[in-house]
Write a protein that binds this ligand. Structure first.
Ligand SMILES: Nc1ncnc2c1ncn2[C@@H]1O[C@H](COP(=O)(O)OP(=O)(O)OP(=O)(O)O)[C@@H](O)[C@H]1O
Ligand SMILES: [Mg+2]
Length: 339
C-alpha cells in the first residue's frame, strides 16, 4: 500500500475564547447547537482521525458548515487544533519551528481556492511564476517553469494575457497552474471547481485526474458535489457537524453507508456507474464456460450490455485473472434497488 502522507489523529477544533473548556463540555456530551447557545463557542471539528495516502485524491464532503475548510486548513497549520495531532510524512507539524513551517507551506503544500486571487496587474505567466520568485527562483527560470505548467492546464498561448482577459474557468486554471508550478507534493483544493459552469467543470475534473496520474501528487479536494467526489476521489470522507461519519471508497460508501445520514447523502447517485461487479459476484457459484466475462473492477453498468444481449449470468474475473464468481441480472437489479 502507498505510504501515508497526512495522518490526522483525534483532531478537534473549537472556535471561541476558551476552546479547551468548551471541548471538555463536548466530550461530556454537549452537542454543537447547545455549545453555541450556552457558551458561544463553535465546534468546528470533533475527534477526527483519518489517513491520506501519497498519490491519492482524497475528497472531503459535507454540507455547508460541516467543517471541511477547517479540516483542510489544519494541513498547513493555517489553523491549529484544540486537541489532536497532524502528521505530515510522519512528522508532527505542530512541533515545527517557524523555518520548517515556512518550508512546509512554500514547498510541500499548495492551496487552490474557489476563486483564486490572481494578481490583476500581472500576466498569466507572472501569476503562475509568482510563488517561485517569492521562493528565490530567478525570474527567467521561474517563467520557464511557469510556461510548462500553463501548457499542462491547456492555456498555452495565453502567457501574456491579464486575468481580466480570461474567462472564469481559464482563471481557475491559472490558479491550478500556479499551485502546480510550486512542485508541492500536496495540493489542497477547497471547492476549487465550484464556481465553474458544468462543462468547464467536467473538463477540469478530467484534466485534474489526468494530471494527477502523470505527476503523482497527493490531492485533498473539498466539494459539495457528490458526482465530482465520486469521479475524483480514491477515498471520500463525509463530515457532519464537525464529525466524521464515514471514510471509504465511493463504491464502499454506496454499498455500505455507515448510517442513515450517509445513506440519505448518497441516495440519488447513479449506483450503476459506481458500484463494482466484484462486490456483488457470488463466489459460491461459477458461471458456465460460455458466459460472458467481466472484470471485478468494472461497474455494474458495464454488465448491462451483456444482460441486454440475452445472458442471464456473467462470470466475474479478478485483476489477477482468477474467477471471482458469477453475477446474475437479478443480483444487479437488487444492488441497484438497494435490496
Ligand atoms: N474563524 C472562525 N471563527 C468561528 N467559527 C468558525 C471559524 N471558522 C469556521 N467556523 C465555524 O466552524 C464550522 C465549520 O466551518 P467550515 O468553514 O469549516 O465549514 P465548511 O464545511 O467549509 O462549509 P462551506 O461548505 O460553507 O464552506 C462552522 O460552524 C463555522 O461557523
Ligand atoms: Mg468551506
Amino acid at each position: 500500500m502507498r505510504p501515508i502522507k497526512i495522518r490526522v489523529e483525534n483532531v478537534s477544533k473549537v472556535f471561541g475564547r476558551d476552546p479547551a473548556t468548551a471541548l471538555a463540555k463536548i466530550r461530556a456530551g454537549l452537542d454543537k447547537t447547545r455549545l453555541k447557545e450556552e457558551t458561544d463557542h463553535v465546534l468546528g471539528l470533533h475527534d477526527i482521525s483519518l489517513d491520506i495516502r501519497a498519490g491519492e485524491t482524497f475528497v472531503i464532503m459535507g454540507l455547508s458548515g460541516s467543517g471541511k475548510s477547517t479540516l483542510i486548513r489544519h494541513f498547513n497549520r493555517l489553523i491549529e487544533p484544540t486537541a489532536g495531532r497532524i502528521l505530515f510524512d510522519g512528522d508532527d507539524i505542530l512541533a515545527h519551528d517557524a523555518a520548517r513551517l515556512q518550508a512546509l507551506r512554500r514547498r510541500k503544500v499548495a492551496m487552490v481556492f474557489q476563486r483564486f486571487a490572481l494578481l490583476p496587474h500581472k500576466t498569466v505567466a507572472e501569476n503562475v511564476a509568482y510563488g517561485l520568485t517569492l521562493d528565490g527562483v530567478p525570474k527567467a527560470e521561474a517563467l520557464r517553469r511557469a510556461a510548462d505548467q500553463i501548457a499542462l492546464v491547456g492555456l498555452g498561448g495565453f502567457e501574456t494575457s491579464y486575468p481580466a482577459q480570461l474567462s472564469g474557468g481559464m482563471q481557475q486554471r491559472v490558479g491550478l497552474a500556479r499551485a502546480l508550478a510550486t512542485d508541492a507534493e500536496v495540493l489542497l483544493m477547497d471547492e476549487a471547481f465550484s464556481a465553474l459552469d458544468p462543462l468547464i467543470r467536467h473538463d477540469m475534473q478530467v484534466q485534474l485526474k489526468e494530471l494527477q496520474g502523470r505527476l503523482g501528487k497527493t490531492i485533498v479536494f473539498i466539494t459539495h458535489d457528490l458526482d465530482e467526489a465520486l469521479m475524483l476521489g480514491d477515498h471520500i470522507a463525509i463530515l457532519k457537524d464537525g464529525m466524521l461519519r464515514q471514510v471509504g471508497t465511493g463504491a464502499e460508501i454506496l454499498a455500505r453507508p455507515a448510517d442513515d445520514y450517509v445513506a440519505r447523502f448518497v441516495r440519488d447517485v447513479n449506483r450503476g456507474r459506481i458500484l463494482l461487479c466484484g462486490a456483488f459476484a457470488d463466489a459460491g457459484v461459477m458461471a458456465d464456460v460460455e458466459a460472458p466475462v467481466i472484470g471485478a473492477e468494472a461497474t455494474l453498468e458495464t454488465a448491462f450490455a451483456a444482460f441486454a444481449g440475452g445472458a442471464q449470468v456473467v462470470a466475474v474475473r479478478n485483476g489477477d485473472g482468477r474467477m471471482a464468481g458469477s453475477l446474475t441480472a437479478q443480483r444487479v437489479m437488487q444492488a441497484l434497488a438497494r435490496v
